[in-house]
Design a protein around this ligand. Structure first.
Ligand SMILES: NC(=O)c1ccc[n+]([C@@H]2O[C@H](COP(=O)([O-])OP(=O)(O)OC[C@H]3O[C@@H](n4cnc5c(N)ncnc54)[C@H](OP(=O)(O)O)[C@@H]3O)[C@@H](O)[C@H]2O)c1
Length: 270
């Protein structure tokens, strides 16, 4: 199943279990998490999946994505041996993810962020090759990378044995909504997942022409942003903690922006 809208589980802490269940029952069929206790409670996503399965919503009906988070993104709860070589770190983190998520495979596995900037370095290649191995073994349906710039993405596409199939990036209007990276994704058939579409773009939410589009469609301006994202080929993420917002977010499937409206939002610089 290819997702078109993903429910994100960052920063939910103890509410994670209940919120994941609420989101799935509201209609979300894709869940994003990470093996990064600092920001995500992956084991509580697992509890939610177990509770949902007991109610007949099986693991197979859901798209499940998690991430390998390098040491510099972890707090003292590192979910792998920090002294081990990078390949071992990835494999340990992956096995821990499966255990926490109470599953035997994930649908997508991402490198949470490159080690080097602005290009890729030796550590990135070592970790990517471990991620490729997980894909080869059929333990994840897709592999990808997050927080990546266009130079890094181009390098990965050119040199990797198995090319990334998903990219997950923060999407700022005032940086062209990450157009360069999106363009590469489009060219290579890579799923582009956009996050912080609301929080990174507060001025857009207050922009009068965007508010007018929402009024015309009889929806909230947040839906206009998510709909814009879908119409330009993104798979948006939402991390709302509010059931009403979840339902509003899913209302994007019932609206359509005109080409002019999409081009207008695409051209807004924050
Ligand atoms: N790869 C990475 O490094 C990375 C980094 C950050 C995030 N992510 C992923 O992306 C997910 C989403 O994060 P995000 O940064 O996009 O933001 P977010 O956590 O979804 O925050 C959205 C904010 O907008 C508010 N909001 C108001 N109306 C809303 C509506 N109708 N729908 C949705 N939100 C509404 C939410 O408040 P309410 O709760 O009151 O609705 C919330 O405070 C995360 O959970 C995580 O899975 C990944």
């Amino acid at each position: 199943m290819t997702p078109t809208f993903i429910y994100g589980t960052a920063w939910k802490k103890d509410a994670t279990t209940e919120l994941v269940q609420t989101a799935v029952k509201a209609g979300f069929n894709a869940i994003d998490t990470a093996n990064q206790p600092k920001h995500y409670s992956e084991w509580l996503v697992g509890e939610a999946l177990e509770a949902l399965a007991a109610e007949g919503i099986t693991r197979d009906s859901l798209f499940l994505q998690t991430k390998f988070t390098p040491l510099n993104g972890q707090d003292d709860r590192v979910p792998y041996d920090p002294q081990a070589d990078l390949k071992t770190q990835v494999l340990q983190s992956f096995e821990r993810s499966l255990k926490q998520l109470k599953t035997d495979r994930v649908d997508s596995y991402l490198l949470h962020g490159p080690y080097s900037y602005p290009g890729l370095g030796d550590e990135d290649w070592e970790v990517w090759s471990a991620i490729e191995e997980l894909y080869r073994l059929g333990r994840t349906g897709m592999i990808g990378i997050s927080n990546v710039n266009y130079l890094q993405l181009r390098a990965l596409i050119e040199r990797a044995k198995i090319k990334p199939m998903a990219v997950q990036n923060r999407c700022y209007a005032n940086r062209g909504w990450d157009r360069e990276v999106r363009e590469i994704c489009r060219e290579h058939g890579i799923m582009y997942q956009g996050f912080s579409l609301l929080t990174a773009n507060v001025p857009v939410l207050h922009h009068p022409p965007v508010a007018a589009m929402a009024k015309k469609l009889g929806v909230d301006v947040t839906q206009v942003i998510f709909r814009y994202a879908m119409q330009v080929g993104m798979v948006p993420l939402t991390g709302t903690t509010n059931e009403k917002h979840m339902k509003e977010d899913l209302g994007v499937y019932r609206i359509m922006l005109t080409e002019d409206e999409v081009s207008f939002i695409e051209s807004i610089a924050g």
